[in-house]
Design a protein around this ligand. Structure first.
Ligand SMILES: CC(C)(COP(=O)(O)OP(=O)(O)OC[C@H]1O[C@@H](n2cnc3c(N)ncnc32)[C@H](O)[C@@H]1OP(=O)(O)O)[C@@H](O)C(=O)NCCC(=O)NCCS
Length: 163
């Protein structure tokens, strides 16, 4: 059984940071290289950075599967869309339907917040996740390159799922 619970305190932020450290190294090193992974982990997924994002309105959730830590997600309402900022499932638990359950949860949050769609950005070379998003009802809507400092960029597709 998959359970999703909101991040409430500093310990939870540390749990997310640890999960991010494991999952991002494993998943993103072949895509963007270890230096950019470490730069982005420090900038966006340290416990302090996560706390600041929560103060700025991002909602973080911990995902468990059969009572084991399985991943995390983050969302924020932006105008009439719910922005899916992050969704990460541990490698050994992918393909079991956890992402789909998480998306059903996110869809319900979008409906509760009177949103018309769910939007996200995904690295243009993150091929497996793009395929999963397409299976989950997202379509590509464009591309965006964001300068994140120190010579690094995020080279993404924008995707949207209409409710
Ligand atoms: C993207 C991700 C969150 C999906 O979670 P998941 O638990 O693996 O997804 P599910 O098992 O619920 O699969 C959802 C759908 O996508 C499909 N799918 C999953 N992985 C796929 C892959 N590699 N290729 C093609 N389809 C895939 C599944 O078959 C399923 O479709 P179906 O309902 O028609 O059967 C997960 O794979 C992940 O964490 N990836 C690595 C991190 C990442 O890149 N996150 C996104 C950052 S923007």
């Amino acid at each position: 059984m998959t359970e999703i619970r909101i991040v409430k305190n500093k310990d939870d932020c540390h749990t997310i940071a640890q999960l991010a450290n494991l999952i991002w190294h494993e998943h993103y090193t072949p895509i963007i290289g270890v230096d950019q992974v470490e730069y982005m982990l420090t900038k966006f997924q340290s416990p302090e950075a996560i706390s600041t994002q929560i103060e700025d309105g991002y909602m973080y959730y911990i995902i468990s599967h059969n009572q084991n830590l399985a991943g995390y997600l983050s969302i924020k309402k932006k105008n009439t869309s719910l922005f899916l900022s992050k969704i990460y499932v541990s490698k050994d638990l992918r393909g079991l339907g956890i992402g789909k359950t998480a998306l059903n949860f996110i869809e319900q949050e979008a409906i509760n917040n009177r949103c018309q769609s769910i939007t996200l950005t995904v690295n243009r070379h993150n091929t497996h996740s793009i395929k999963a998003y397409e299976k989950l009802g997202f379509i590509k809507t464009g591309t965006v390159v964001q300068d994140i400092g120190q010579g690094y960029v995020m080279d993404d597709y924008t995707m949207e799922r209409f409710l």
